[in-house]
Each structure stands twice: as C-alpha cells, then as structure tokens.
Ligand binder design. Structure first.
Ligand code: FES
Ligand SMILES: [Fe+2]
Length: 411
C-alpha cells in the first residue's frame, strides 16, 4: 500500500516531477527508425509534445512540437538538410533548436530558439534524451547490437499509467494465473483446448538487485533448483522501464515508454536466432500490436493482450492507497523501493542506477536471461511464442515459423 503522496510521486512523469526528473536521466525510445522519413511526426514523451524528423542528410532531430512564431505545430513542417522549417511562414530551426531563418522578417526577432533534445539511433530505434547535460551514453544493450539475428519491433498505445506495466515485470505469479488459468478460461469459451505450460505452479521466486535493475528468478513445479535456468539465471527488469524475457532463440526487451501520466508507448523489441543461414535484414520492421478488436473489445487470446487488459483495468492510474500487498508482491515492493532510492539519488544530483558514462563498458552490455525454457522442448516454446505472444502480429511471423520449423498452433 502507498500513501496518496507516494503514489503521485511514483507515477507522475511530467517536467519538474520527482519521477519525471528520474526518467529524464535515461535515454528513451521515441520512434522506430524505419517509421521516420523526412515527414515530421508528432510524439509525446514524458508529458512533452515533440516532433521527430529526419533531415535530407539523414540526421534525426527531436525538438518541441511548437513553432516559436505563432505556435503552430512543427509537425506541419519541412525537413531540410540542417533542420526543420515551419510550414506556416517558413521559420527554420536547427537540430539544436536555434532559429536559423525567419524569411518574412527584415531582421531576426530575438528569443526565437526552441527546445531541442539529443537524439541517437541504435538497433532500429530512435532514442531521445530529455535530461540535464551532459547526456550519458546511450546504453548498448545486447539485443540492440547483436549480430547474426533477425529483429522486429512491435508497438502498442496503452491508455493507462506506465507503473502498472512495470510492476508486472516483478510479478512472476501472474504468469500461472493470467497466462495459465485465465488464458485457458478464454480458450474454453472459444471451444479450444487448454494450454498446459503456462499454468504450472510457482514453487518459489527470488529477486536480486544488480547494476542495471532487478534479476527475477522463478522455480516452477517439477523443476530442479540446481539446473533450472529460470532459477539460476532468471531474467532482468532493466531499470527504470524495461524487462528482458525469452530463451531458446527468442529474446525480447519490452520497453514501457511513459508518453505522459496516462499513456504508454509499449514496445516489443525482439531478436530471433533460429538455426541455419538467416536472410539479411536491411531495416528493422515495426508493426502495431492490436489489443482491441474492431468493436473495442479486448483481445484476450494472446499473452500481451491479457497483460494489457489486467494492467489497464487496475485503473488509469492504479489507486495504491487501497491495495493489499502480500507475499507474492515482494518483487513489487523491492522495485518501488528502488524507484524511491533512485529519485533520491537524482535529487542529490548523483547519477541513478544503470546510467552509463564509460565508453569502455558500453561496447556491449550483456543482460542475463535464461537460455532454455521449461517446456517439453524448444519447438513447443517457440510455437507458443509465435502463436500467442505480441510477435503473432509481426510481418515476419510466417517466415519465422518456417525458419524455426514450427506450426501455426499453440499446445
Ligand atoms: S507559425 Fe511557424 S512560421 Fe509562423
Ligand atoms: Fe504477463
């Protein structure tokens, strides 16, 4: 349970809020590279309205989506070689926000510069840094830089607060209920047979802090503590807003980007490594993951649709003054404590957890993840992923099933 004050402190991310100041110490994804051409695109990030564009020389810009002249959005703009020009009367702004031209004016009107943020591309994503300078390095997490894999990036827009999604990253027990018993109840309503592997009972769970967040470990019934990867290696919550999952040739970082207090841009950044020769990928495709059907009904027959439904129905911003935490919620308590401590670090002007400034440590940052999966065999696991996880909607799904040699069914 949290006080109302603490619930506010942990959920609100706008400029000047304690959590907003913490989030601003990290690079955040703002767009999928392959979606950004010279056509400027509006984005909301940490409560700020921004425009993302690509100059005619291929550089990516992120600036406030508001022209300083008469304040139309720069989304109505023209990307040029060295910046963006407002479409309304032609004022032009450099990538660093300086106003370069005001065509109709005989002399430059002062104080016309706009806010601009550093932007970098990595692994098919565009990241922006909205915090104080000097900006830290953009962390080169393993999946973003790995060779010899196939990638895709799913996204969805969730209309609730980011913390509900992140608390789920340290909530192992929901797996057996939401993705096990609840999924099977949905399948039964559709006349389908139950899926057995997700409903296995958790024998115990463990959480350990590490330099990039929290390692989550779990042991299911029938597994051995000595040899089970899900226990000996586990998988990480990457502070503050990511979780890495997977195993067996499939690995995924889910990124919960707070657009503002009530909206999340949810990303599934996935790499696949089937055996054999892989086709070359020139760009990383993006795709939308639907969580509602054409009638506005939640789609509940896949894992991420179940997650979105459970998190969204906690409320737009969950009322944590009225919750009852128990034994199963020990990871959530640990994560909240970590958020509080890192807010304090920022308030004391120290770098919070996981911020990278040493280039030598940033060649590749390996994030531990279980190598195998507790299913009867790897193909059963991969078939379950490709048929009942967000990647179900990837444009590469059919090709991936062929490469992994798995069928169109979940068992
Ligand atoms: S509103 Fe942008 S140039 Fe006039
Ligand atoms: Fe889940």
């Amino acid at each position: 349970m949290l006080s109302e004050k603490d619930n506010e402190r942990l959920t609100r991310v706008g400029p000047g809020t304690p959590m907003g100041n913490l989030m601003r110490r990290y690079w955040m994804p703002i767009a999928i590279s392959s979606d950004i051409t010279e056509k400027p695109v509006h984005r909301r990030l940490l409560g700020e309205d921004l425009v993302v564009f690509r100059t005619t020389t291929g550089k990516v810009g992120v600036v406030q989506d508001r022209c300083s002249h008469r304040r139309t959005q720069l989304t109505v703009g023209i990307a040029e070689a060295d910046g963006i020009r407002c479409g309304y009367h032609g004022w032009k702004f450099a990538l660093d926000g300086r106003c370069l031209e005001q065509p109709p004016e005989p002399r430059m009107i002062p104080r016309a510069d706009i806010t601009a943020y550093p932007a970098e591309e990595l692994g098919g994503l565009i990241f922006a840094y909205l915090g104080p300078k000097p900006a830290p390095l953009l962390p080169r997490f393993d999946l973003f830089v790995m060779d010899g894999v196939i990638r895709d990036i799913g996204w969805s827009h969730y209309k609730f607060n980011w913390l509900q999604a992140m608390e789920n990253a340290v909530d192992p027990y929901h797996g057996e209920w939401l993705h096990g018993h609840f999924m099977n109840s949905v399948r039964a309503r559709e006349g389908k047979s139950p899926v057995t592997h997700y409903a296995k009972k958790h024998v115990k769970v463990g959480f350990d802090a590490f330099e990039y967040g929290i390692i989550k470990r779990r042991l299911l019934e029938g597994q051995s503590e000595a040899t089970e990867d899900a226990w000996t290696i586990g998988h990480p919550l990457v502070f503050p807003n990511m979780v890495k999952i997977g195993g067996g040739g499939f690995q995924q970082i889910q990124i919960r980007v707070p657009m503002d207090d009530e909206n999340i841009w949810h990303l599934w950044y996935t790499i696949y490594k089937p055996d054999g020769q892989l086709p070359e990928q020139k760009t990383v495709p993006g795709y939308q993951v639907p969580i509602e059907d054409e009638h506005g009904e939640a789609i509940l027959n896949f894992i991420d649709g179940q997650d979105a439904e459970a998190w969204g129905r906690q409320g737009v911003i969950a009322d944590r003054t009225r919750e009852l935490l128990g034994h199963a919620d020990v990871g959530i308590a640990m994560y909240r404590q970590m958020l509080k401590e890192q807010i304090e670090n920022v308030e004391a002007n120290r770098d919070p957890l996981g911020v990278v400034r040493d280039a030598a440590r940033n060649v590749v940052i390996d994030l531990p993840v279980e190598r195998t999966k507790p299913f009867s065999d790897n193909k059963t696991y991969i078939a379950g992923i490709l048929n009942a996880q967000a990647v179900l909607y990837s444009p590469l799904n059919g090709m991936l099933k062929d490469l992994f040699g798995v069928a169109d069914t979940v068992r």
